[in-house]
Design a protein around this ligand. Structure first.
Ligand SMILES: [Zn+2]
Ligand SMILES: [Zn+2]
Length: 394
């Protein structure tokens, strides 16, 4: 029945997604997007409130108040110039929904419509969370700090993310860690500048920086257990501005990624020690700053079962792909699943025959819109099933 409802909403879902696709907005400035969501919830008669600037929280009350399941969609776009060639391409110069958050939002609005029409059969509440600022800044934590997990208390959380590398009709799931901690670091090396012809009178911050970068790669291969995934990438190195002057300073930034708390803590420690010690041993100094972003996203096994079983009830889901490896990307849904049992899964939206093959964050990214009813249906089915399994008529 949920599948039929989702299929009958196909055109409406596509229309919503395309409308959102035209107005990608940045972190905490998703004003038009937020208004669009509020209008749709109003049309459906679903009460909502606005938190964390542009976040929207709707509540569908079932026939019991015992359990509440949170469904989350992120709503922000990216600073990318769209080259998808779509007729509904972004109307905002330099901005694009290149991570499919327009799809997530449309799917959650679709699930909201389905669940709202079944609320006299829901054994609990469904909290609809439209979250700003997933890309980099993070909107999940501000929403939690402003009370999204309370009134009513949230017992579990579910989110999906589009995956163009998976064919439409399939979903990807994984027990345990599915996304990494995508932490950043910055270091400033203080050397002593001078003439390029007389290096012995200088402390060269460029050479110190190069040694640090090499040592970081050795940390991955020699310090960490080879069975434990770790990524250390130095992604910028700025120093000097001419051919014959050794500069005073060098500034490096990068990303450090891990899939569990212990490895993350160890990374914070050894990245700093390595940089500071190398700089010192070469006569310089290093100011190291670790900038923790999100925790790793860890899936709860029982919640994963809910998704698996929901997918099996929906005939338009052809294949449930059990991933063997996590992604080293990150998602701040991690904050929700850190608080309560949660599940984050991938919704196939690729289609090789139609040429829909470009990865997320590519200017050519697009989705097969057949993924929209599937996404709406599985979110609705999973929420319904969770409440039927864990809720009661008390
Ligand atoms: Zn993204
Ligand atoms: Zn994303």
């Amino acid at each position: 029945m949920i599948e039929q409802m989702a299929l009958s909403m196909r055109e409406e879902l596509i229309h919503m997604r395309r409308s959102l696709h035209e107005i990608p907005e940045t972190a905490f400035c998703e004003n038009k997007t937020s208004q669009f969501i509020q209008n749709k919830l109003s049309e459906l008669g679903i009460p909502y409130h606005v938190i964390a600037k542009t976040g929207v929280v709707g509540l569908i009350k079932g026939i019991s108040n015992e359990k509440t399941v949170l469904l989350r969609a992120d709503i922000d776009g990216l600073p990318i110039c769209e080259e998808s060639g779509a007729e509904y391409k972004s109307k905002i110069d330099g901005w694009m929904h290149a991570c499919g958050h327009d799809v997530h939002t449309a799917c959650l609005l679709g699930a909201a419509k389905i669940l709202n029409s079944m609320k006299d059969r829901l054994l609990g509440n469904v909290k609809l969370v439209f979250q700003p600022a997933e890309e980099g800044v993070g909107g999940a934590l501000p929403m939690i700090e402003e009370g999204v997990m309370e009134n009513p208390y949230v017992d579990s959380a579910i989110a999906l993310h589009v995956e163009p590398m998976e064919e439409v009709g399939n979903i990807q799931i994984k027990d345990g860690a599915i996304m990494a901690s995508p932490d950043d670091f910055e270091l400033t090396i203080q050397g002593k500048g001078g003439h390029g012809a007389y290096p012995h009178t200088c402390v060269d911050p460029i050479v110190i920086g190069s040694m640090i970068i090499n040592a970081y790669q050795t940390l991955v291969s020699r310090h960490f257990n080879p069975m434990t995934p770790v990524v250390i990438s130095v992604c910028s190195f700025h120093s000097g501005n001419c051919t014959n002057v050794i500069p005073d300073t060098a500034h490096l930034t990068g990303t450090a990624r891990s899939l569990d708390k212990d490895t993350r803590a160890e990374l914070m420690k050894v990245l700093k020690e390595t940089a500071v010690d190398i700089a010192k041993s070469m006569g310089g100094e290093c100011d190291f700053v670790f900038k923790p972003l999100y925790p790793p996203t860890i899936n709860d096994k029982a919640m994963n079962e809910i998704i698996k079983n929901a997918a099996k009830k929906l005939n338009f889901i052809k294949k449930i792909v059990c991933l063997e490896q996590a992604s080293m990307g990150g998602d701040d849904f991690a904050y929700f699943s850190e608080k309560v049992p949660g599940v984050y899964f991938k919704l196939g939206c690729g289609n090789r025959e139609k040429g829909i093959v470009h990865p997320i964050h590519s200017p050519k990214f697009n989705v097969d819109e057949d993924a929209l009813p599937i996404g709406a249906a599985i979110m609705a089915q999973a929420a319904f099933d969770y409440l039927e399994k864990c809720g009661s008529l008390q």
